[in-house]
Design a protein around this ligand. Structure first.
Ligand code: COA
Length: 453
C-alpha cells in the first residue's frame, strides 16, 4: 500500500462525480471539415476530436453546472443541508460579479425548496482551465478541517468557444462535472502533495467584453508543456522529501504512478504532455539507456552553434520519442484511455482533466491502491501536479452510462451550430425536458432559469 501524506486517520478526496454534457453534437468529419477546407484526418487523428458537444439555446455554464450537481445529489442521495461549500471553477461564467454558484443554488432550490441551501457558501475560481483544480485543492483543506460532517462540492462548468473558422474552432466543446469531496472518500484519497508552477503568459486570455478567447495556439501548447514540467519537478521533489515516493537507483517517480491524467484541450495534447513528462522523468533512470539504444543521443544545445538547427533537431527527437516503443507502451498503459470521453465531447476547459477521470471510471480502469496523478494546466499560466490513491470501494461506485448517453445525443447541422455559436438561434433545437433551462435575460442582465419537467 503506498504511503500517504494525509494527516490524522481520515483521508479526504473524491467520493463520486457526475458529468453533464449537452444533448447536441457536431461531427468534425463531414460537413464541418468540408466547409472549413480541413482534411478530416487532421481533426480526428491529428487533433483527436470526433464530435464536439454544442450547448443548445437554453444552456449556459450555470444551467450545465446545476444539471451536473443535481445528478450528483441524486446519485449519492445527498441533501442540501449536507453540503457546506460549493466551489465552482469556470472561465465562461455569465456574470462578471455574481458568483455562478448562486445561480446554481437558485436552480437547485426549485427542486429542494426555497432556502434549503442558505447555509451553504459558494465562490467562483477563475484561472482558465486550472480553476477547478485550485478549487479542489482549497476545498480539500476545508473538508479536512470540517467538524460537522458536512461535505464539499467542486463544480467545473464551461462552454469552450473560439471564433468561427479559427484554428481554435475544432477544439471547442461544452459540459460540466460535479465532484463530491469528503472524508473517507470511496473513489480517490488525495495525497495532499501539490507541485506548482506559475508564470505570466499571453497564450490564451479573454479581455472584458469578449465572448470568445484570444489564443496564441502554438505558444499555448509550449506554455502548457513548460508549466507541466515545472509542476512535475515540484511534485517529484516534494513527494521524495515527504518520503511518499522514494525511487531507488535506476527508478523514477512515474514508475510509482499507475494513471497519468492531464488537462485535455484536445486528445492529442495528452500525448504531447505525457511524452514530455515521461521523457523528462526517465532521464535519470535506467530507461534512459534503453531509449538511447532505440533513438540515439538526445540533441544537446552546446553541440549546435545555430539555435534554429538545435530547435529543429530537438523537435525531430521529440517526434521520434513519441513514436518509440518505450513511450508507446507507457502511454497505452497509463494515459491513452483518459481521452476517451474527450474525443466525443471536445474541450470543456476547466473540467476536462476530470472528464479524463470519468473516462477511466466508465471504462473500469481504476483499481484499488493504484496511484492516479493529475497534471492540470490553465493558460495565463499555471500548472498543478498532484496525486491520489484509489480506494478499496472505488470499483463498487455505480457507473454513469456516459458512453451510452453520448450515443443518444442529437447531431446538428453546420448551419444550426453556427447560429447557436453566434447566439442567433433563439429557439432550442431540442426543447428542454427534465432539465434546467435559461428562460430569459431581463433588462438588467439578470438571468432567469427554470426546471422544465
Ligand atoms: N492527418 C492526420 N494528422 C494531421 C493531418 C492529416 N491530414 N494534418 C495535420 N495533422 C497533424 C499535425 O501533423 C499535428 O500533429 P503532430 O504534432 O504530431 O505533427 C496535428 O495534426 C495538429 O496540427 P497543427 O497544424 O499543429 O494544428 P493547428 O495549427 O490546427 O493548431 C491548436 C492546433 C491546438 C494549436 C489550435 O487548434 C488551437 O489554437 N486551439 C486552441 C488552444 C488550445 O487548445 N491550446 C492547447 C493548450 S491549452
Amino acid at each position: 500500500m503506498p504511503k500517504m501524506n494525509v494527516p490524522g486517520d481520515e483521508s479526504v478526496g473524491i467520493d463520486d462525480l457526475s458529468v453533464y454534457v449537452p444533448g447536441l453534437f457536431l461531427p468534425l468529419a463531414g460537413e464541418f471539415s468540408t466547409n472549413r477546407g480541413i482534411d478530416p484526418g487532421k481533426l480526428v487523428k491529428g487533433i483527436g476530436i470526433e464530435r464536439m458537444a454544442v450547448p443548445d439555446a437554453h444552456e449556459d455554464a450555470a444551467s450545465m453546472a446545476a444539471m451536473s450537481l443535481l445528478d450528483l445529489m441524486r446519485r449519492t442521495n445527498l441533501h442540501p443541508q449536507d453540503i457546506g461549500k460549493i466551489y465552482v471553477g469556470t472561465e465562461s461564467a455569465p456574470d462578471e460579479a455574481k458568483a455562478l454558484g448562486t445561480y446554481v443554488i437558485g436552480m437547485l432550490e426549485q427542486i429542494y425548496g426555497k432556502g434549503s441551501f442558505q447555509e451553504c457558501s459558494t465562490v467562483e475560481f477563475k484561472a482558465a482551465c486550472i480553476g477547478t483544480t485550485f478549487a479542489l485543492e482549497s476545498l480539500s483543506y476545508w473538508v479536512a478541517a470540517e467538524e460537522e460532517g458536512k461535505v464539499g462540492i467542486v463544480i467545473a462548468s464551461d462552454v469552450a468557444k473560439y471564433p468561427l473558422a479559427s484554428a481554435g474552432e475544432y477544439t471547442q466543446g461544452a459540459g460540466s462535472i460535479a465532484l463530491l469531496v469528503k472524508k473517507n472518500p470511496r473513489l480517490l484519497a488525495l495525497e495532499q502533495i501539490y507541485g506548482s508552477f506559475t508564470r505570466d503568459e499571453n497564450d490564451f486570455f479573454r479581455p472584458m467584453g469578449c465572448t470568445t478567447a484570444i489564443v496564441n495556439g502554438k505558444h499555448s501548447n509550449q506554455c502548457y508543456l513548460d508549466a507541466m514540467r515545472g509542476a512535475f519537478d515540484s511534485y517529484a521533489a516534494k513527494s521524495r522529501r515527504l518520503e511518499v515516493i522514494t525511487p531507488e537507483k535506476g527508478e523514477c517517480v512515474t514508475d510509482f504512478v499507475d494513471h497519468l491524467l492531464f488537462h485535455i484541450p484536445y486528445p492529442r495534447m495528452v500525448e504531447y504532455a505525457s511524452a514530455a513528462i515521461l521523457r523528462h522523468d526517465w532521464k535519470e533512470s535506467r530507461r534512459s539507456g534503453e531509449i538511447e539504444r532505440e533513438l540515439g543521443r538526445e540533441p544537446a544545445a552546446q553541440d549546435y552553434d545555430d539555435i534554429e538547427k538545435y530547435r529543429a533537431a530537438e523537435a525531430d527527437y521529440a517526434r521520434r520519442f513519441a513514436k518509440s516503443e518505450q513511450f508507446l507502451q507507457a502511454y497505452r498503459a497509463k494515459v491513452k484511455d483518459t481521452a476517451t470521453l474527450s474525443r466525443q465531447i471536445g474541450n470543456i476547459y476547466t473540467g476536462s482533466i476530470y472528464l479524463g477521470l470519468a473516462s477511466l471510471l466508465e471504462l473500469q480502469k481504476i483499481h484499488a491502491k493504484e496511484r492516479v496523478c493529475f497534471g492540470a494546466y490553465g493558460s495565463g499560466c499555471s500548472a498543478l501536479f498532484f496525486s491520489a490513491i484509489a480506494q478499496p470501494q472505488a470499483e463498487s461506485v455505480p457507473l454513469r452510462g456516459l458512453l451510452q448517453r453520448l450515443e443518444e445525443r442529437k447531431q446538428i447541422s453546420l448551419q444550426d451550430y453556427e447560429l447557436l455559436h453566434e447566439g442567433k438561434k433563439k429557439e432550442s433545437v431540442l426543447p428542454p425536458k427534465g432539465e434546467f433551462a435559461l428562460m430569459g435575460i431581463d433588462h438588467q442582465g439578470y438571468r432567469h432559469y427554470e426546471y422544465v419537467e
